[in-house]
Structures are given as structure tokens and as C-alpha cells.
Design a protein around this ligand. Structure first.
Ligand code: SAM
Length: 432
């Protein structure tokens, strides 16, 4: 199973190299791997992570070549589908004209796209976002794996099912050998090249323990590691980076400091943002974003969330709906509708044209065809849950998580089928 296209190295300059596949060139970082001009490498999130023997690379490329152009054609044909029949109002038309002419939109325009649009206009915005995705970043779609290593948490976030006050939840923590088994399965049996290790803020995972996990993974597996362990000291994160971690997934949750503090007791938005900025300074690829549908949140807040994510120059946007959990103080909150989530996704794409936007599991959990709709509204990234299934059910941040009972093989098969139908290449090759 292959989730990346081998790329040939054609130029090397200090920390960077230029690689090429099917005539497309990409600049990539080379600090995780030693290689020479002429070598074939797998690239994930703009980083070369693994060398591939020449013969193997050429055979994979041969298989890919036919599929690659077929997928591109399929993507083109879907985005060129006729817009006719959709009824658009004059104010909406005027906003679309501004976008076409690359003129600045006003806050009122953005808010109209977020909440003023009719159902036809919403559909038009999704198609437009999909065209923008195709035009600016083509049809690649990265598929990362996530392993949820512990559901212990010292925090008490009002929205989260694994908050420390939820005494009903059975807690678990994967042992080192269980983590390595999960990594082995994901990398060697299923071909994953990027893995996110996620947990609640669990004090058991001291700096030394996390370093041991990282070293053991790095010794045996050519995989790009993202950590999603919450707020830790800058020096911890520096040590993890030095040990070979290159990505961090840390949402700021809400750009509104009042909403943030109301939902995360004893925590301040400015500290979270300071940490996210430090991670970027260290050199991390940062995936970040927010929750949609928080109490007292306005559309202006949602717009500000998108704008703040863009300002943070993330490797990937990670945002999703808040899904109320019965054993939290937000049990009676109404979750947002998929239609609204699609507006947020398409607006994020309109605002940040070259971005990578993840279809989060929470978005998928909103309604059945959400994944397809989100990918057709500007999103271009997927995450597959590779946590051992018995533990996955216990990582109960919100109820009925979409893939909690589905075997990894099935998740992969379904995702690939969908991507091929939509003309997307399940690859991730280069950041620019
Ligand atoms: N401890 C890490 C942190 O603080 O980033 C990672 C674990 S935390 C559970 C991962 C994410 O789950 C949070 O950033 C939050 O946005 C999301 N989350 C928590 N509760 C949720 C809910 N009820 N619905 C949707 N997403 C939720």
C-alpha cells in the first residue's frame, strides 16, 4: 500500500533539495535524511523521509504514472462540472466577482459567505473552493495516521470527554511496546509515512519517556512524527525536535480569549499562541486550528479563527465541529450542521488558497457523506485512526467518533476508493 509517490532528487543546496516526479518539481527539506542527486525518496509534508531503492522506485512510478494522469483528469472533469442551474443573488455575485478579480473582500463579504448564503450559493462556494484547491495546489491529498497513546488528562476543558473530571471514563495508557507495535503495523504493514502521536495532557509522559518513544521509533522506522500532547515547556519541545520529531498538532481552539478562558479553566489563549509560535521558531511543522460551534461564538469569531490560523502559517489547518459529550458540562449544547461546517471549510480555502485543510474525524462524525463533501469543498487532507481498536473506543473525546469501530484496512480501502472517485492522488510531496 503506497501513500506517496517516489520523487527523484535533481538538486541539493544545503538544507534543501529539489525533487521531481512526473515533471513536477518540489523543494524539500533534507535534514532528516542523507541522500544524493539521482536518489529516489519519499517526501512527506515537505521533508524527505525515506530513500527507496532505484528499481523499486521505478516500478512504483510505472504503476503510478497511469493512475496519476487518470486522477488528474477526473479531478479536472469534476471541477469543470457546470455551475448552471444554481440561483445566485446580486450581493453574492458581487462577492464572487471580487474573488475572481482578486480584490479584497470586506468583513461583511466574509460574513455573508459564512452565514448569509442560500443553499444554492453555499453549493457554489463549495465548488469555487474546490476549483481554488485544484488551481493552487493540485489534486494531492495526504493521508496521515494517528495513534492515541493515552486518554489521561490533567486538564478540564468543558467540551472534552477525556477531561479529568469525567470519572465515568475508563482510562488507558499505551506502554512503549504497544506504541511500537502500533507504529510497526502502521508503517510496515500499511505504508503510513506520517504518524501523529496524540494524548490528553498526561503527566506520565515525562520528557524522558517521550524521548524514549521518539528514539525507539526513529531507530527502526522512517516515518515523520507529529506530536499532539498538548502544552509542554518549550525546552521539552526543543528536545523532542532534536530527537527527530518534526511536526506538532496543537489547536488554539478559539481566537476569542474570553471564549477560550471560559472553556479551558486556568488556561490563557495568549500562552497557547506563544507556544504555537515557539514551535514554529524551533522549526516544527505546525498543524493548528479551532473548534466550531462553541458556546457564545459568533460568525465573526469563526472568521477570526480562520484568519488567525492563516497568520500562524500552519502546515495544515485542523478544525472541526464541537460535538457535545454527555459527560461534560456542554452536554446540552446543539452541534452545528454539516452545511455550516462546509461553509467554514470553503471560506478557509477562499482565504488561504494554498493551504492544506484536514477533514477532521469530528467533521466526518457530523453526517455520513461529510468526508466526500468536505473534500469537494476545499479540503485536501485525511487522517486515519490507527490506534489499536480496543483503546480507540476509549479515546472518547466526543460520542460516536466516525472510525472508532472500523478496522484500519477498511478505513484505508474506503478512503482510497473515495479519493480515486474524486480524482485525488493519495500523496504528499513537498510543501511548496
Ligand atoms: N492534549 C492535546 C491538546 O491539548 O491539544 C491533544 C488532545 S485533545 C483531546 C485534541 C483535540 O480534541 C482538541 O484540540 C480539541 O479541539 C478536540 N476536542 C476535544 N473535545 C471535543 C469535542 N467534544 N468535539 C470535537 N472536538 C473535540
Amino acid at each position: 500500500m503506497c501513500y506517496a509517490i517516489p520523487a527523484r532528487v535533481i538538486k541539493i543546496e544545503e538544507r534543501f533539495a529539489t525533487v521531481e516526479y512526473f515533471g513536477q518539481k518540489r523543494k524539500v527539506l533534507k535534514d532528516l535524511l542523507d541522500f544524493d542527486i539521482g536518489d529516489y525518496v519519499y517526501v512527506q509534508a515537505g521533508m524527505a523521509i525515506r530513500k527507496i531503492p532505484h528499481l523499486q522506485a521505478q516500478s512504483i512510478l510505472k504503476t503510478w504514472k497511469v493512475l496519476f494522469s487518470k486522477l488528474k483528469n477526473q479531478d479536472e472533469s469534476l471541477i469543470n462540472k457546470s455551475y448552471s442551474g444554481l440561483r445566485l443573488s446580486k450581493p453574492y455575485d458581487a462577492i464572487i466577482k471580487k474573488i475572481d478579480e482578486k480584490r479584497r473582500l470586506s468583513v461583511t463579504d466574509y460574513l455573508y459567505l459564512l452565514n448569509g448564503v442560500s443553499s444554492d450559493e453555499g453549493k457554489f462556494s463549495q465548488q469555487l473552493a474546490n476549483r481554488i484547491r485544484n488551481k493552487y495546489i493540485d489534486n494531492s491529498c495526504c493521508i496521515h495516521g494517528i495513534i492515541e497513546i493515552s486518554n489521561y488528562c490533567v486538564r478540564d476543558c468543558l467540551y472534552c470527554g477525556i477531561r479529568k473530571s469525567n470519572k465515568k471514563l475508563k482510562r488507558y495508557r499505551l506502554k512503549l511496546n504497544q506504541i511500537l507495535e502500533a507504529v510497526d503495523y502502521a508503517v510496515n504493514s500499511r505504508g503510513f509515512k506520517v504518524l501523529v502521536l496524540q494524548a490528553g495532557e498526561d503527566a506520565y509522559y515525562t520528557k524522558a519517556r517521550v524521548l524514549e518513544i521518539i528514539r525507539k521509533i526513529r531507530q527502526k522506522y522512517a516515518v515523520l512524527i507529529f506530536l499532539s500532547l498538548g502544552e509542554r515547556s518549550e525546552s521539552d519541545y526543543q528536545a523532542f525536535f532534536d530527537a527527530g520529531v518534526r511536526g506538532a498538532l496543537l489547536r488554539f481552539e478559539s481566537a476569542n480569549p474570553k471564549i477560550y478562558s471560559a472553556l479551558r479553566p486556568e488556561k490563557k489563549l495568549e500562552d497557547r499562541l506563544k507556544l504555537i509560535k515557539s514551535l514554529k521558531n524551533i522549526g516544527y511543522l505546525v498543524a493548528t486550528g479551532f473548534l466550531v460551534g462553541l458556546p457564545n461564538e459568533t460568525d465573526t469569531d469563526i472568521l477570526n479563527n480562520i484568519k488567525l490560523t492563516k497568520k500562524l502559517k500552519p502546515e495544515m489547518y485542523s478544525f472541526g465541529p464541537l460535538i457535545p459529550h454527555l459527560d461534560t458540562p456542554l452536554a446540552s449544547l446543539k452541534k452545528i450542521r454539516l452545511a455550516k461546517m462546509l461553509r467554514v471549510i470553503s471560506l478557509a480555502r477562499i482565504i488561504d488558497k494554498k493551504s492544506r485543510i484536514l477533514v477532521t474525524t469530528a467533521t466526518e462524525t457530523l453526517a455520513k457523506p461529510a468526508k466526500e463533501k468536505a473534500l469537494s469543498a476545499g479540503a485536501n487532507s485525511l487522517m486515519i485512526n490507527v490506534t489499536p481498536i480496543d483503546f480507540r473506543r476509549l479515546y472518547d473525546i466526543y460520542p460516536n467518533r466516525r472510525s472508532r469501530n472500523i478496522k484500519v484496512e477498511t478505513q484505508i480501502a474506503r478512503s482510497l476508493k473515495l479519493l480515486y472517485r474524486l480524482g485525488r492522488a493519495p500523496t504528499d510531496i513537498g510543501a511548496q
